[in-house]
Design a binder for this molecule. Structure first.
Ligand SMILES: Cc1ncc(COP(=O)(O)O)c(C=O)c1O
Length: 463
């Protein structure tokens, strides 16, 4: 057995060291000769070296990643080896905040100077800007995306005896908002290619009690809004968009939040427009909705200490709005960076020959996908093992969502059995989100892909 083969089989190098070299050497464009030797190992493309050379490189690389830079780098084409990448976070808000820090600090100071901490002028400014950004006539700030959903249903007087259709493959608050107003949650299945709610299944679940549909623009891509809006119109149903993950997303040129009756957005830090805490906003183009939501977010109080309705306390803090006002002008650029990162992943994952193992996320032609998440499907029951491997190699990933809502303990009384929403359950067992934040570097993306390739290679070898 030659040194290279020995290395591949674990040989002298040991498991961790093998992994490090696999990650270091993959996807080089000028590394050709060793490629010949590694035909049985498609994720590896190493430099033109002899066995003897390799042995030398191997010995050095096996010692440590740092030493490999000085001695081993001769075997690796420039740019293919990423000694600076030791880990890749799923998300890194500091990289986004740091260049804006002075501006953010000044905006925060000015709120302190004004002393108007709740619904101050910064909130009004943000509301106007978000309405324009989302092509809506109005927007109303509130304490979170969850509250935006709750307020939408409250404003429409949805309650006991009513039913609302939502996807089960979503974050909890899409459904909990329905339960909190006293209505019945009706879960619908998803389309397997987009992970978004399946309009055919929605239509099937409409009853006389159905009052609303809440499609979620999951991971940053709009649901099939033409078909859903037709269904809503035909059955006189309210359409509330859960656009928490989709600010700036478009469907046939129209923005998320302006496609239904009301749109609900989250400013949670990991969202495409994330604040330094919780926050949310509701968009709409009918003044009656904005007036009602504005009333309800402040205890139904109008004027002061006169309560027209039982509302909630869900106001947007001026400090959150001040930071979001600084960030909003950069959102389009960040979105383009996310779109670019998604394209790069598509290319790198295909080039590494990984599409036998993975299904890449699809973007539909009608939509502008804003990639809040880049979510792959892992075939062959390997999702959890791949994720563990990535975690060990310090690549951040997440499973959105491991337990679909219809199988959550708190919804057990709705009696959805295992298998009742097959596409949702399949997605929950196969999906894995990779880092996609705007500031992710090329090197980091390559590291992620190389590490995935290394996993499948080691899985192949260990059978
Ligand atoms: C699809 C979806 N809906 C609603 C929410 C709730 O937003 P928030 O966390 O701001 O309450 C989120 C946030 O994670 C979400 O992803």
């Amino acid at each position: 057995m030659g040194a290279f083969e020995q290395f591949l089989s674990g040989g002298t190098a040991g498991k961790d060291r093998t992994l490090r070299l696999l990650a270091a050497g993959a996807t080089g464009s000028t590394l050709t000769t060793m490629q010949e030797k590694s035909k049985s190992c498609p994720s590896i493309q190493l430099a033109a070296v002899t066995d003897t050379d390799f042995e030398k490189g191997n010995a050095t690389m096996a010692m440590s990643n740092d030493v490999a830079v000085s001695d081993g780098s001769q075997y690796l084409a420039a740019g293919t080896y990423c000694p600076s990448v030791e880990s890749v976070p799923l998300f890194d808000i500091q990289r986004q905040m740091a260049p804006l820090r002075a501006e953010i600090d000044a905006a925060i100071s000015s709120v302190f100077d004004s002393g108007q901490f709740v619904l101050g002028p910064e909130v009004k400014t943000l509301e106007a800007k978000i309405a324009a950004f989302c092509q809506s006539s109005f927007s109303v700030g509130c304490a979170s995306g969850s509250d935006a959903l709750l307020l939408a249903l409250m404003a429409a007087d949805i309650g006991v005896g009513d039913e609302v259709i939502v996807p089960s493959y979503t974050f909890f608050s899409t459904a909990s908002a329905v339960t909190r107003v006293g209505a019945k949650v009706v879960f619908a299945d998803i389309e397997p290619t987009t992970f978004n709610i399946d309009p055919t299944d929605v239509a099937r679940r409409i009853t006389k009690q159905t009052k609303a549909i809440i499609p979620v623009h999951l991971f940053g891509q709009c649901a099939d809004m033409n078909t859903l809006c037709d269904i809503a119109r035909g059955n006189d149903l309210l359409m509330v968009e859960d656009a928490a993950q989709a600010i700036g997303a478009e469907y046939q040129g129209r923005r998320a939040g302006a496609l239904g009756d009301m749109g609900c957005f989250s400013f949670y830090p990991t969202k495409n427009l994330g604040g330094p805490g919780d926050g949310g906003i509701l968009t709409c183009s009918d003044e009656r909705w904005s007036d009602r939501v504005s009333l309800l977010r402040g205890h139904g109080m109008r004027p002061r200490y006169y309560h027209q309705a039982i509302g909630v306390n869900s106001r947007l803090d001026s400090l959150q709005a001040a930071v979001l006002n600084v960030k909003l002008p950069h959102l389009e650029r960040w979105t383009e960076m996310r779109i670019d990162n998604a394209r790069k992943y598509d290319h790198l994952l295909r080039a590494a020959g990984l599409t036998d193992h993975l299904e890449l996320p699809a973007s539909i032609s009608e939509a502008r996908h804003v990639w809040n998440q880049y979510v792959i499907r892992v075939r062959g029951g390997q999702r959890d093992a791949l994720r563990n491997y990535l975690t060990e190699t310090k690549v951040g990933t997440e499973i959105y969502y491991p337990v679909p809502l219809h199988r959550q303990t708190c919804f057990a009384d709705l009696e959805y059995q295992v298998g009742s929403l097959p596409e949702t359950e399949k997605a929950a067992s196969e999906t894995l989100a990779l880092p996609i934040f705007p500031e992710l570097t090329d090197e980091e993306q390559r590291f992620v892909v190389q590490t995935i390739a290394a996993y499948f290679e080691s899985a192949r070898r260990t059978g």
